[in-house]
Design a protein around this ligand. Structure first.
Ligand SMILES: [Fe+2]
Length: 254
């Protein structure tokens, strides 16, 4: 199974710049590269912060960008998004119990896409309703490997500014995962960095934004990174999971 992860496009009203880059232009370059090289993807997941300010015009631009895009695509929410407006703009989005979360089953296992947005807060939350839903989905998939996608990582990355705004109820999530023991990888966004490691024994990775990055600065302050935007090509088979991080080309801005 080939899954593409894109994260944190932070779209603005078309023409708007964010940290000196045009997020719409960059996300379109990303989609074009995927369309040219991975049109065979089984699924494309955009793991949250679809927009920077939750603006209608930014969601409209995303909808327009995806209108001619080939592979099946699932959109997730991040702390910069507006759930109600997103659902108005993407009424066909899969929801469960009012949250933008869903399950994708394949012969290689079960993907579970979680909604960690806690409206009005930068940090993420799953809350009892979402944890119960996850518990049930993990129970259903108990005999198969499960792969989680979530905007907020439930683990620290040792950059204090971002660790303060990770998933707030990480211990509660861990309790649910422990009950089932079938989660094989957690793919997160939010931190705008390429990171691989493990959290309490579960392999994890995070991804750069398609627009702007976090610098490798472990001090108390957040600094802007200047790494290239990237997406991830995730290959899942009976042997396990391989993640290729790809710095897609961004043509000079018009
Ligand atoms: Fe973000």
């Amino acid at each position: 199974m080939k899954v593409i992860q894109i994260s944190d496009p932070h779209l603005m009203t078309p023409g708007g710049l964010l940290y000196g880059s045009n997020p719409l232009f960059r996300s379109q370059a990303c989609l074009a590269d995927i369309g040219g090289n991975h049109a065979d993807a089984d699924l494309v997941v955009i793991s949250g912060d679809l927009t920077n300010d939750g603006e209608r015009s930014a969601y409209a631009a995303l909808r327009e960008s995806l209108s001619g895009f080939g592979p099946p695509c699932r959109l997730m929410l991040g702390n910069h998004d507006d759930r109600a407006l997103f659902l108005e703009m993407f009424p066909q989005a899969t929801t469960e119990r009012g949250f933008v979360q869903s399950v994708v089953d394949s012969s290689e296992g079960r993907l579970i896409l979680l909604d960690t947005l806690d409206s009005g807060h930068v940090e993420g939350k799953l809350c009892a309703a979402r944890l119960d839903w996850l518990d049930e989905r993990l129970q259903e998939g108990r005999d198969r490997p499960v792969f989680l996608f979530m905007h907020h990582p439930p683990f620290r990355i040792h950059i204090p500014e971002l660790d303060r705004v990770m998933l707030a109820d990480a211990d509660a999530l861990h309790e649910v995962l422990l009950r089932h023991g079938n989660v094989r990888h957690i793919f997160a966004g939010h931190v705008h960095r390429l990171i691989a490691g493990s959290w309490r024994g579960i392999p994890v990775s995070t991804l750069r934004s398609t627009n702007h990055q976090t610098a490798l600065d472990l001090s108390q302050s957040w600094s802007l990174g200047h790494e290239s935007p990237a997406y991830a090509v995730i290959l899942i088979d009976a042997d396990g999971v391989i993640v290729h991080f790809h710095d897609f080309p961004v043509p000079p801005a018009p």
